[in-house]
Design a protein around this ligand. Structure first.
Ligand code: DX5
Ligand code: ZN
Length: 236
């Protein structure tokens, strides 16, 4: 299996919402690779969170990339507002729209990274055909909607299948398909996991092939955020 450096993306859902800008700065200083911002509409998932204005406030407070995870129906309609707010990557749910391909293509045309996310019940057979159309897949390891849930270990198989498929078919970073020749150094495809990630589940996910770890409850409950991010990064 091809490995690459592990990236840590703390979920701001577990931060202090009274001080979002300060929390964003704290994450940057603690060594986060990006900030994960969960956007929920109360329909696709039974919870409501943040909109573009909050993303914009976070953007003004930090220089690290913002990855907006849309858990909303009709994601296409919200691409522009979130890009204007400062999103560096927009990830939406396969299950939330009929226009997956158009939505991915539009995000990319706007010049930022596009991600596609899959609920736990969606099988690998629906995933592989989109890998080359986006920059990353986000495999949910809990049912989307809330932080602090327990990791679903059944998802490890999906992570494994996705990494194996990418490696076997030469799908590398950005969904680029390499011709079958040795020696290329384009990094492996980005496979992100989200939900119930702590030191133990992080290790299982990385062993299965994930290279970007989203973590909310675990990271924010640790005394020292910097040490917590570092230990998650070195979970193997
Ligand atoms: C859940 C969200 C996650 C959540 C992860 O719907 O997509 O990003 O914040 O939080 P933890 O790590 O607490 O499961
Ligand atoms: Zn998320």
């Amino acid at each position: 299996m091809t490995q690459k450096p592990i990236k840590i993306e703390p979920s701001i859902l577990s931060a202090d919402f009274g001080h979002l800008a300060d929390e964003a700065k704290r994450l940057e200083q603690a060594g986060a690779d990006a900030i994960h911002i969960d956007v929920m509409d109360g329909h696709f998932v039974p919870n409501l969170t943040l909109g573009p204005r909050a993303v914009s406030a976070i953007n003004r407070a930090t220089t690290i990339p913002l990855d907006v995870h849309l858990m909303i129906y009709n994601p296409f309609d919200f691409i522009e507002p979130f890009i204007e707010a400062g999103a560096d990557c927009i990830t939406f749910h396969f299950e939330a729209t009929e226009d997956v391909e158009d939505t991915l293509a539009y995000i990319r045309r706007c010049g930022i990274r596009a991600g596609l996310s899959f609920r736990p019940e969606t099988s690998f057979s629906m995933i592989y055909k989109f890998l080359t159309l986006c920059d990353q897949v986000l495999l949910m390891t809990v049912n989307p909607g809330f932080g602090g849930q327990e990791f679903l270990s059944k998802m490890l198989e999906k992570i494994r299948l996705t990494r194996e498929f990418c490696d076997k078919n030469g799908i590398r970073q950005g969904g680029v398909v390499l011709p079958k020749k040795p020696g290329s150094n384009l990094p492996p495809y980005d496979i992100k996991v989200d939900g119930g990630i702590n030191l133990e589940t992080a290790r299982l996910c990385v062993e299965a092939g994930a290279n970007i770890l989203v973590s909310g409850n675990y990271l924010f409950s640790q005394k020292d955020l910097k040490i917590a991010i570092e230990s998650l990064r070195n979970c193997l």
